[in-house]
Design a binder for this molecule. Structure first.
Ligand code: NAP
Length: 290
């Protein structure tokens, strides 16, 4: 999102800050009079906003703000909101994943992919299959709970998914790639399979395709963009993720964890973006504003 916004392809919703960034952590410096009793000056806080999170000060709706315990670093706080809300929404709200189902997560070592692998494992998914570009990423995803990993550079993922699932296909696909995966994604879905498309890293235009599998296998294909969602929707999602994911993480009651790949000072923001664009990261890139 940050790269697309920087390139001029993905602006914030009308009326929101045009400064980049949608997630942050920090301390409360000012509180609106209507939420005076809920938040105190100096409290540690993190959250998801519609824009402006790269800046020194950020304004957030009180109901979207979450408390950051003292023992959790600001970097972890900043790394939590966007990817965990997105992955949770994708698996459970968009695709209704339930225990015992098989899931295919593309870009398994992406920050959203990392959250999705752990959420699927925590929910008792049977097979958690990921696609990645290297052996290093295969080992990384496996260590997080992926049961099968495919190097899409050397193997055809459709063939591998068929092999892993005894030709049945998977129940759920979380896709970020789009056009060049479209046909293989449809082929990899089981009957009544669900796929959510969260990005088009491989492009948005499919030139020719057979839509037959959608009808024949009763598939559900949907898109999702969290930033375009209403405040009411985001608050509901945040509240559920806070209870079911952030709280257990903070209390050490789950194996799920946020993974930070690298931290940069805001003065190195160009380098941070170049690193993000290199596809080398395995987890969040956090910017420190001082
Ligand atoms: N719709 C939403 O609400 C929403 C919310 C958050 C994020 N997103 C989207 O979700 C995606 C992942 O975000 P993120 O922050 O988790 O990303 P990230 O940590 O930067 O990881 C992206 C990874 O995608 C893989 N990739 C890139 N181009 C590819 C291509 N053409 N084909 C196959 N794999 C490719 C690379 O891994 P390999 O080395 O394995 O190829 C790369 O490391 C982005 O597209 C982002 O815009 C959408």
């Amino acid at each position: 999102m940050d790269i697309l916004q920087r390139q001029g392809f993905y602006g914030p919703p009308a009326g929101e800050s045009t400064i980049l960034g949608v997630e942050f952590s920090g301390t409360v410096v000012s509180v609106g009079s209507d939420v005076f009793s809920e938040w105190q000056i100096g409290e540690r806080v993190f959250g998801l906003v519609y824009g402006g999170a790269y800046s020194e000060y950020v304004v957030i709706e009180a109901a979207m703000a979450a408390r950051l315990p003292n023992k959790i670093s600001y970097a972890i706080g900043a790394a939590l909101p966007e990817v965990w809300l997105t992955a949770f929404q994708a698996l459970f709200w968009n695709c209704s994943l339930v225990t015992g189902e098989d899931v295919l997560i593309h870009a398994g070592a992406s920050a959203v992919g990392i959250a999705a692998i752990q959420l699927a494992k925590n929910a008792g998914a049977r097979r958690i299959i990921v696609t990645v570009s290297s052996q290093e990423k295969i080992e990384f995803c496996t260590s997080l709970g992926a049961t099968h990993a495919i190097n899409y550079k050397s193997d055809d993922f459709k063939t591998k998914v068929a092999e892993f699932t005894e030709d049945r296909g998977v129940d759920v696909i979380v896709d970020f790639i789009g056009a060049n995966y479209w046909d293989s994604n449809l082929a990899s879905l089981a009957f009544d399979g669900r796929m959510v498309m969260l990005g088009f890293l491989g492009g948005p235009v499919v030139n020719s395709s057979n839509l037959g599998p959608i009808l024949r296998k009763r598939l559900t294909v949907r898109g999702s963009a969290l930033r375009s969602r209403s405040l009411a929707y985001q608050i509901k999602l945040k509240q559920q993720v806070e209870q079911e994911v952030f709280k257990p993480i903070f209390e050490g009651k789950t194996d799920m964890r946020a993974i930070i790949d690298r931290e940069f000072s805001w003065k190195e923001i160009s380098e941070a973006h170049r690193y993000l664009e290199s596809d080398k990261s395995k987890g969040k890139i956090v910017i420190t504003v001082d």
